[in-house]
Design a protein around this ligand. Sequence first.
Ligand code: 8ID
Ligand code: ZN
Ligand code: ZN
Length: 350
Amino acid sequence: MSFTIPKTQHACVFDKNGGPIVYKVIPVPTPKPSEILIHVLYSGVCHTDLHAWRGDWPLATKLPLVGGHEGAGVVVAKGSEVKNFEIGDYAGIKWLNGSCMGCEFCMQGAEPNCAQADLSGYTHDGSFQQYATADAVQAAHISKDTKLDAVAPILCAGVTVYKALKTANLRPGQWVAISGAGGGLGTLGIEYAVAMGLRVLAIDGGEEKGALCKKLGAEVYVDFTKSKDIVKEIQDATNGGPHGVINVSVSEKAIDQSVEYVRTLGKVVLVGLPADSYVKSSVFMQVVKSVEILGSYVGNREDTAEALDFFERGLVHSPFKVVGLSQLPEVFKLMGEGKILGRYVLDTAK
Ligand code: 8ID
Ligand code: ZN
Ligand code: ZN
């Protein structure tokens, strides 16, 4: 199989953080010997892409930058060293584009924690373009016949919440609270949690998000915009507090509340990355309740394969809406206002 690769393509590019996002024609990149070139057909838009554009984290992005790290497409070229992909295979671009593979963290399969991690849509041009390069070792393998628009959100949101649920180490029948449940990570978090046999309490704002969370399998929905005493409401609904909390909101306050309402011996997992934030935990309460606060950062290759397997078996199917790549600025606006239900997926042909 061979493909004709154009010299130029459409992409969304910005030259400075917070500056204009321009939909324009740029050159198609050439893969290094260790990389594949993916014709990206669809890309999810993660809230991380909004952080990257704003530049609100203590880690600089490359500039100019093509964002995006939930890209699904077809391998159209490969470097001379690539052994694990063939031309025509389906492949996914994820947040971790490549790592050193030699440090103590890479050796343990904690590749996202590598100090030399190369990040799609952050330090490496990502999936908001029609053709993108990806390190062949880290690129995701997607089975043929998979719907590429539907699978795109799994590549970051799905992998991340799946790994966060593994980090919480809960047993079937236990309660998990998902804070930020109506967004991209949260909706998938509900579905993975249900598939893992957990009871889900969803927290987000507004009736539409509540209806969606319930439809996806949450038993209880708590509306943070209406609740008078959120800690009490959550503890009452779960008979003493959830055994675990997956924090995927972009709110420092929501994270602080989760440390309060979590059950004794519970696990608070931090995933959402609000800018300039700290977790506030009463040392006395944390000791007496023996609560664990844990960070969880995307997932490794094994987590990716497992998260994709749940998708391919039909256990999770993120609610998503497809719009054209050129619509990225509008998607960012809606995301910043907290108005997105599930995920927006960009069709790179439009
Ligand atoms: O590896 C990681 N740790 C990782 C991977 C991927 C994404 C971390 N993230 C981070 C993103 O950078 C972002 O900070 O997770 C966060 C959520 O990403 P997302 O799911 O892509 O964002 P979204 O679709 O905008 O959803 C966020 C939801 O949080 C709700 C919003 O209403 C929205 O539905 N929310 C907010 I903002 N404040 C809330 C509050 N106080 C809240 N929900 C409950 N309580
Ligand atoms: Zn992401
Ligand atoms: Zn490393």
